[in-house]
Design a protein around this ligand. Structure first.
Ligand code: R5P
Length: 301
């Protein structure tokens, strides 16, 4: 007999995460709904909960790719859910934007990670996110005032590589990728090398691909984020010079801005895979099980 849908818990999916949100709701047997988001002629948001949320536990799922408008959308939604008397408001942001600016790199600069965390803490009760770019900030609780849980897709990435790529060598393109590259390699018992990167600008990096033997090997470059793809492209170029057999790129969050995907293929990537934390044609690694488990366990800390 099919278990009945729990009506006191509602999952709301927002673009681009409705498909993921629907799957999470279905598996948890919670009610699912969209939130009605449209715009007035002048560009201002008009947002409406189509269901009664008073005394309900609600879960909003939205990945923050192209984050600026989405953040405003979430602030409106979180505040409104409070005003309408929701019992608990959880934000699941599979990709949490603005985490890379985690210190003032230059005088006068905004530290976006801290401010975003403060804003979201003001209108949600809990946050769940997947592999946030935590580097100089060590824990989400250092910046969030609400319960915030960091989930990791490392095991899923490892299992995917194990199943699909023969005898891989894992490469992390820079020091910040260490935590992903190394953990993935450990997970599948593969060798890992982490390279040194120097960033000269948003679209310019120099990567030192030297000092190891990858001739004739399948190389998998693992990182948390692919944005412009330049980190991957420079790594691919270096690996090609070292005569690797096949070059694969895997990351958690594929932003693929400015045709990054096509440029990486042109540079020599055989295949590029990501998780569906940000949906894309090649987001073959499903993070729904991570979210479902965390919600079931409800141990956000
Ligand atoms: C930064 O350290 C991240 O881990 C990624 O390496 C970076 O965001 C990739 O950016 P891009 O694709 O623009 O080189």
């Amino acid at each position: 007999m099919r278990k009945k849908i729990t009506k006191s818990k509602i999952v709301f999916g927002l673009f681009p995460s409705q498909k993921l949100a629907k799957r999470v709701a279905r598996k948890l047997k919670y009610k699912y709904s969209n939130i009605i988001v449209s715009k007035f002629p002048d560009g201002e948001f008009s947002i409406k909960f189509p269901l009664e949320i008073k005394n309900k536990e609600i879960i909003i799922i939205q990945s923050l790719i192209n984050p600026n408008e989405k953040i405003l959308e979430l602030l409106f939604i979180g505040n409104t859910a409070k005003e309408l008397g929701a019992k608990k408001i959880t934000l699941v942001a599979p990709y949490l934007a603005y985490m890379r600016a985690d210190r003032r790199f230059h005088k006068g600069e905004v530290i976006s990670a801290n401010i975003l965390a403060r804003l979201l803490s003001s209108c949600f009760d809990e946050l769940l996110t997947i592999d946030p770019h935590l580097h100089r900030i060590k824990k989400l609780s250092d910046v969030f005032k609400i319960k915030a849980k960091r989930l990791t897709s490392v095991k899923l990435l490892g299992e995917f590589i194990d199943k699909n790529i023969k005898d891989p060598i894992i490469i992390g393109p820079d020091a910040e990728s260490y935590q992903w590259a190394n953990s993935v390699a450990k997970h599948i018992g593969a060798k890992a090398y982490v390279l040194k990167k120097r960033r000269l600008g948003s679209r310019k990096v120099i990567i030192n691909v030297k000092g190891f033997d990858i001739k004739g090997k399948n190389v998998v470059i693992v990182d948390d984020i692919i944005s412009t793809g330049h980190t991957m492209i420079e790594t691919i170029k270096g690996i090609k010079r070292a005569n690797a057999k096949g070059i694969y790129c895997i990351c958690v969050h594929g932003l693929f801005v400015e045709n990054a995907y096509e440029k990486m293929i042109k540079a020599g990537a055989k295949k590029i895979y990501t998780t569906n934390a940000i949906p894309h044609k090649n987001s073959k690694i499903d993070v729904a099980p991570l979210i479902i488990r965390a919600i079931k366990e409800n141990k956000l800390s």
